[in-house]
Each structure stands twice: as structure tokens, then as C-alpha cells.
Write a protein that binds this ligand. Structure first.
Ligand code: PEP
Ligand code: MG
Length: 567
């Protein structure tokens, strides 16, 4: 069978089919609508308590990002529309609690499933997951617990819910196979971060497999075999050995410089969202942090984080990686990252709206609190401060002015901070790239944010699946802007990095190296493969490659040229 490879690696082992007992929800005679309403509200409360525990466990074992999924589930449970529609249905139609709730959540699920956007479609699974829990609680049915597994297994399920992956005993799970899901589904994300091989979107794998069948799977290609013959098993065993050998080989690159055979040395750094990501950085030998997205400190909560809370988070990252350089980006909220408690009016084009540095320059208390926390933490390591979304010289100068004011405040209060903090900016808006010769005179570094630079340069919303084919990092306009920024930075003697996804893309690294990029910042898991690649490429040759690429007029031409010379 073939599905979508969701998390790389090869697994061989016995299947455990998780049959989430299908729930039969029936219409029943009721005593009173009042009683049904309170049964329903009690089940909501019970589910909340359970989910809070699951969230705690996830937070401890998998970090804030994973725990946030359960925060989202708790929010679904608190959704007034969901609650009120259910109680109203009980009242108006005299229904039993479970029947009314099932009807309402089914409506919600079908609305999400009908959406064009792949990401929103996947959220239907979250609602189903939450609804299943509430229904089981209403009907006094057990909730399946994967934390107790006696032997090593490959889990086979329609879908693994986030609660399943959070509570499961990971030591015993060799792989996952699911009927549904795509690359952005939670199951896939979880599997990658747990480094467990997985294939998703297999349609009817739960029908085809019985518990104790022997399974082999390739999480890269999406191939799965049920009860294969001895020859196939041997083939997969060999593949597994090869995969693990390659992974081991990468280990030998730890502590090695990221340098080309002809002596061009670059820095390979990691992108992180929380101090919980420090382990991944250390494990993958990051040479620093090229982007710490601080918005996660502000998200998943009901109020602004205090100066002290922020200080603790920044200090933890700086201290544990000292003396490695840590680029911390100031608040980049807005666009796809909302803060409900900020109460910003709905905008027609949030990505072009009141966000990031624009918001910080207006709501200066928020900005100053963060800058104070950053400066106070600076004595614990090598801090570099970076401003996001700068689109003009005025904005940059204003942000720097506020930073200096905060420094003066600290001086007055006798609070210590490091005196040699580099200050840089992201280049993610075309206007900034175009005047980068001027901006370079006012900063210590640039970091190119290609995730946004691509969307703003090509006018392609990075979240819109329908026009995703236009969102192409090989677009020559984007590549020319990048080259321009690197050259302008170098003319002023500053270093230029990149923290957009492109920096970790194997097909892109040769070109970026040839263009002279100094620092590449990526998800930690991509660092060692990138180092291996860089150590195999001659800088002089890559300069030529970059030059050729920059003379081409279409992404297609560039991609086929690269295939030709590298495959
Ligand atoms: C970028 O835009 O490339 C970037 C790194 O920032 P974010 O993905 O957080 O917008
Ligand atoms: Mg960005």
C-alpha cells in the first residue's frame, strides 16, 4: 500500500489496530431538559479536567508547541456557540444531551471538512476528537489509553488523536499508520517531532490489517507492506540499517565546522519557538539560534506575559547555549498569528496590516516590556536583537530609538545589560530589500525571512492552498532580491543570514552558498544534513552556479538546471 510519508525512517513490527469502539449515539426519552442540560455541562467539565491533565503531560514530555494542541481543544470545549447551540437544542427539541451534542458537532465538523483550505480541513479532526471525549464521558464509556503498552508495536488507526500521541508510551511505538491525514495533520507533526516513522492517508489500512499482523513501512516514501515474505522483510531490514547508518554518519559531523572543501565557512543555526526546543538544538549541533520566534511566549494564554516571565524564557535559552550567538526576534504578532486578548480589529488583509513592528511602535508599552526583558537577559549569553517586518528606514530608526530609551531607563535604575548586543533586522518586505544598501548602514546584520519575502514579492498569500503553486522559492524575482540584499549587506561590512524555510532546503543551499550567504538558520533536524551537503560543495563552483541561476527567467528553468547539475 502507499500513503503519504509523514515522518522519515523505516519500521518493522507487529501491528496493534486501535479500534476506537464506534460510539452509537441514540435518541432517548428524557426525564427533563434541565437534567439533560446539566448532564451535558458536567460531561464538559469532566472532559476539561481530563484534557488539562493531558496538556500537563504533553507539556512535560513534548514541549509547549505540542501542549498548545490541547489548549486548542480546551478552547473548543469553551466555545460559547458550541455550548449554547447544544443547550438550546436540548431545550427546543427535548433531546437527550449526547444526541443534541452529536448533532451540533457533526454540523461543525462538516463545515470544516468542506473548506478548501487543507489546514482547516484537518482541524475537523480536532473537533471530532473533542466531541468523542465528551460523548464518551456522557455515556460512561472508557477512553482508550495508549500509555499502557506491553510490547513494541506499530499503531494502526483511523487517525491518532493528539491525546493519543500525547499519552502514548513512546518507547513502545515503532511506527504509525493512519487512514486519514496529510503532511500538516497533527499526527504527522507529532510523529516528526517524536522522530517516529509514520505513513498517513492510507484510506482503509484499519480494514486491511489485523492486530498481530507483521508490518513494514517506509516513512519517507509512504510505502507499507502487510505480512510481507521473508525476502521483503530482509529488504526492509537492509533499508533500515542503511537509514540508521546514514543517520549515524551524520552524527560524526557533530562538532565539525560547516565549511566547503575550498575553505568557505558558514554558520548553521536553528530556528526555535520556546526554551523547550533547546534539546533539539543541542542534539543536532546547532551553531547558534538564527531565529527565536518570541510570539509563542505571548500565544496560548489570556494576557500579556510579564517582563519577568519573558526574562526567564530568554535567560534560559541564552544561558544554556552560551557562548553561541542567539538571535531573538521581537514580537511578530499579526498575520496568521493572532493574540485574542489584544483585541485588534478584523482587517481585510491581515498580512498587510497592523502587525509585528508596526504594532510594537504604536503600542510601545508592549515593546518596551519585551526590550527590557531582553536587555536584562543579555548578560547571560550572546544576545542579538532582531526587528521583524521592517519596511522603511523610519521604522528601523524609530525601533532603535526606543531600544536606546529602554537602555537609558535601565542605566538610571542601575540595572545591568550587555554593552555589545548586535542589533539587526529581518528582510522580509520587498521595500526593505530594495533599500537594503541604506538600511545596512544602520544595523549589525540582516536576516532574510523568505517565508514572507516570497509572499510579498510575488503577491501570493502563503496560507492559501489554491494559489500555492505560485508560492515558489525559485522565483527569479525572489532570488535576485536575495542576492541584492547579501551584496548590499557585505558592502557595508555586515553579515547576512536567512531564517526562512528556504535556508534548510537542500536544493537551495548550493545557490545561497554561491551567493555568499553567511548564516543559514533552519529547523534543527535539517542542520546535520545541511552540514554534510556544504562540506561537499566547492564555494568557487557554487558562485558559478548562482551566477547562472541569476541569469534565468523562470523558476522552471532554474529547477531543471539544478536537477541537471546535481542529480
Ligand atoms: C519569514 O517570514 O521568513 C520568517 C522566518 O518569519 P515567520 O515565518 O515567523 O513569518
Ligand atoms: Mg515573517
Amino acid at each position: 500500500m502507499k500513503g503519504t510519508g509523514a515522518s522519515p525512517g523505516i519500521a518493522l513490527g507487529k501491528a496493534l489496530v486501535i479500534e476506537n469502539e464506534p460510539l452509537v449515539v441514540e435518541k432517548k426519552e428524557i426525564e427533563s431538559t434541565e437534567k439533560e442540560k446539566s448532564r451535558f455541562l458536567e460531561a464538559l467539565e469532566k472532559s476539561k479536567e481530563q484534557l488539562k491533565k493531558v496538556r500537563e503531560k504533553a507539556l512535560k514530555e513534548m514541549g509547549q508547541e505540542k501542549a498548545a494542541i490541547f489548549e486548542a481543544h480546551l478552547m473548543i470545549l469553551e466555545d460559547p456557540e458550541l455550548i449554547q447551540s447544544t443547550t438550546k437544542k436540548i431545550e427546543d427539541e427535548g433531546l437527550n444531551g449526547e444526541y443534541a451534542f452529536k448533532e451540533i458537532t457533526t454540523q461543525f465538523v462538516s463545515i470544516f471538512e468542506a473548506m478548501d483550505n487543507e489546514y482547516m480541513k484537518e482541524r475537523a479532526a480536532d473537533i471530532r476528537d473533542v466531541s468523542d471525549r465528551v460523548l464518551r464521558n456522557l455515556m460512561d464509556q472508557p477512553i482508550i489509553d495508549l500509555s499502557i503498552l506491553d510490547e513494541e508495536v506499530i499503531l494502526i488507526a483511523h487517525d491518532l488523536t493528539p491525546s493519543d500521541t500525547a499519552t502514548m508510551n513512546k518507547e513502545k511505538v515503532l511506527g504509525f499508520l493512519t487512514n486519514i491525514g496529510g503532511r500538516t495533520s497533527h499526527t504527522a507533526i507529532m510523529a516528526r517531532s517524536l522522530e517516529i516513522p509514520a505513513v498517513v492517508g492510507l484510506k482503509d489500512i484499519t480494514e486491511k490489517v489485523n492486530t498481530s499482523d507483521f508490518i513494514v513501512l517506509n516513512g519517507e516514501t509512504g510505502e507499507v507492506m502487510i505480512n510481507p515474505d521473508e525476502e521483503e522483510i530482509q529488504k526492509y531490514k537492509t533499508m533500515k540499517e542503511k537509514y540508521e547508518h546514514e543517520k549515524k554518519e551524520l552524527e560524526s559531523l557533530k562538532d565539525q565546522p560547516s565549511i566547503t572543501p575550498d575553505g568557505r565557512k558558514v554558520e548553521l543555526a536553528g530556528n526555535i519557538g520556546t526554551p523547550k526546543d533547546i534539546d533539539g538544538l543541542l542534539k543536532n549541533d546547532a551553531e547558534g539560534v538564527g531565529l527565536y520566534r518570541t510570539e509563542f511566549i505571548y500565544m496560548d494564554r489570556d494576557s500579556m506575559p510579564t517582563e519577568d516571565e519573558q526574562f526567564e524564557a530568554y535567560k534560559e535559552v541564552l544561558e544554556s547555549l552560551n557562548p553561541k550567538p542567539i538571535v531573538i526576534r521581537t514580537l511578530d504578532i499579526g498575520g496568521d498569528k493572532e493574540l485574542p486578548y489584544l483585541h485588534i480589529d478584523k482587517e481585510m488583509n491581515p498580512f498587510l496590516g497592523y502587525r509585528a513592528i508596526r504594532l510594537c511602535l504604536k503600542e510601545q508599552e508592549i515593546f518596551k516590556t519585551q526590550l527590557r526583558a531582553l536587555l536584562r537577559a543579555s548578560i547571560y549569553g550572546k544576545l542579538k536583537i532582531m526587528f521583524p517586518m521592517i519596511s522603511s528606514l523610519e521604522e528601523l530608526l524609530e525601533a532603535k530609538k526606543i531600544l536606546n530609551e529602554v537602555k537609558k531607563d535601565l542605566d538610571k535604575e542601575g540595572i545591568e545589560y550587555s554593552k555589545d548586543i548586535e542589533v539587526g533586522m529581518m528582510i522580509e518586505v520587498p521595500s526593505a530589500a530594495i533599500i537594503s544598501d541604506i538600511l545596512a548602514k544602520h544595523v549589525d546584520f540582516f536576516s532574510i525571512g523568505t517565508n514572507d519575502l516570497i509572499q510579498y514579492t510575488t503577491a501570493v498569500d502563503r496560507m492559501n492552498e489554491k494559489i500555492h503553486y505560485l508560492y515558489n522559492p525559485f522565483n527569479p524575482a525572489v532570488l535576485r532580491l536575495i542576492k541584492m540584499v547579501i551584496d548590499n549587506g557585505h558592502k557595508e561590512g555586515i553579515w547576512v543570514g536567512m531564517c526562512g524555510e528556504m535556508a534548510g532546503d537542500k536544493r537551495m543551499i548550493p545557490i545561497l552558498l554561491g551567493m555568499g550567504l553567511d548564516e543559514f538558520s533552519m529547523s534543527p533536524i535539517s542542520i546535520l544534513p545541511a552540514r554534510k551537503l556544504i562540506r561537499s560543495l566547492k564555494h568557487e563552483d557554487m558562485k558559478k552556479v548562482a551566477e547562472n541561476v541569476l541569469s534565468m527567467g523562470s523558476a522552471e528553468e532554474i529547477e531543471s538546471y539544478l536537477e541537471e547539475i546535481f542529480d
